[in-house]
Design a protein around this ligand. Structure first.
Ligand SMILES: [Cu+2]
Length: 153
């Protein structure tokens, strides 16, 4: 019996290499006006795997380019967006919130308006977990989370 279990476990390990497992939750995308040429997406990323991982690239058919952005305060106290150069780290068992006033996915050069209630297909590329496609609902009415950092939006 014990030998049988061991063999089963070995088969399972062979069938499922130790890839990082990323969960995406609470995602939405919005633009500041219906005719904006850019939009931003927010979500919670959870690394449920045993390996550290990193979100390194994002793409979507609805935009010419998708960048990883963060907000930071410049020397005059003004919040500015800038590109995150080396990706978003997701330690094993860790969680990262993309939220208004903080890190976000920036959609540049939208091919058309983001229609309220529709969904867009987005490909997230992780260093270890590889490519993952997610459907993100368009929600222009969503208010920033109460728990989020308090920045003017
Ligand atoms: Cu941005």
């Amino acid at each position: 019996m014990k030998r049988h279990l061991t063999a089963t476990l070995a088969a399972m390990l062979l069938a499922a290499p130790a890839l990082a497992e990323i969960m995406v939750s609470d995602a939405y995308v919005r633009s500041s006006t219906p005719t904006s040429a850019s939009g931003a997406a927010f979500m919670t990323l959870m690394n449920e795997g045993a390996e550290d991982d990193r979100l390194i690239a994002v793409s979507s058919d609805v935009a010419a380019r998708v960048e990883l952005h963060t907000h930071s305060e410049d020397e005059n106290g003004v919040m500015r967006m800038s590109e995150i150069e080396d990706g978003i780290a997701l330690p094993a068992g860790g969680m990262h919130h993309l939220a208004r006033g903080g890190d976000h996915l920036m959609f540049m050069g939208l091919t058309g308006p983001l229609e309220q209630g529709s969904e867009i297909a987005v490909t997230l590329t992780f260093e270890k977990a590889g490519e993952m496609q997610v459907m993100i609902p368009v929600d222009h009415e969503r208010k920033p989370d109460h728990g989020a950092m308090k920045h003017s939006d």
